[in-house]
Design a protein around this ligand. Structure first.
Ligand SMILES: Nc1nc2c(ncn2[C@@H]2O[C@H](COP(=O)(O)OP(=O)(O)OP(=O)(O)O)[C@@H](O)[C@H]2O)c(=O)[nH]1
Ligand SMILES: [Mg+2]
Length: 176
């Protein structure tokens, strides 16, 4: 049987953990496009940021192969999200559970990405290994409906990132 091939986009706001997620999960050497952060506020958070994309690939079981495309997070690269989203089968939206002050920004970005599409997605409370907001708190603050899937993840851990992708693939397959 030929393996199924899915294109998934890993997105979210600045510093959510998108590049880390792709790097941790990929079976192949990843293409990253991180460059030095020029904006002072953001440079105080971390030195580099994705300016175009991250690309990796993972085989999640004998029958399913996944292309992983990580987007930039900075607002000025928003146009790259639309480019990377073309032809996607689903998307992972990472939320930094330790960054409570930017939850409304995450909500706005999610709304932009979901606009005019019924593509399956999964919301992820990332950095679950740190002392951030719980799933219940994020669910409440984002005003999520029952049917919106939200799971926790530690993007530094391959099993944790893999579990997220497996859940999204299950949602895609249920919907197809
Ligand atoms: N402890 C912990 N740190 C994480 C996790 N995910 C990402 N990080 C850290 O968070 C920081 C940002 O991670 P990146 O992967 O660069 O985030 P990004 O979303 O790609 O950032 P931009 O491309 O700049 O938008 C890095 O220092 C990572 O090591 C996680 O699950 N747990
Ligand atoms: Mg990145």
């Amino acid at each position: 049987m030929t393996a199924k091939l899915y294109k998934l986009v890993i997105t979210g706001i600045f510093n959510a953990g998108k590049t880390t997620f792709v790097n941790t999960l990929s079976d192949i050497e990843v293409v990253n496009t991180d460059k030095t952060v020029s904006h002072l506020d953001e440079a105080s958070i971390k030195p580099t940021t994705t300016i175009a994309l991250d690309y990796g690939n993972v085989k999640i079981d004998d029958n399913v192969n996944v292309h992983l495309f990580g987007t930039p997070g900075q607002v000025r690269f928003d146009f790259m999200r639309d480019i990377l989203a073309k032809g996607m089968d689903g998307f992972v939206f990472l939320i930094d559970s330790t960054d409570s002050k930017n939850l409304s920004k995450a909500t706005e970005t999610l709304a932009l990405f979901k606009k005019n599409t019924n593509i399956p997605y999964i919301l992820v409370a990332n950095k679950a290994d740190l002392n951030g907001l719980s799933i219940a708190e994020i669910r409440k603050q984002l005003n999520l409906t029952e049917d919106q899937p939200l799971v926790s993840c530690n993007a530094l851990d391959k099993d944790s990132a893999s579990a997220v992708v497996k859940q999204l693939v299950a949602i895609i397959e249920e919907n197809s």
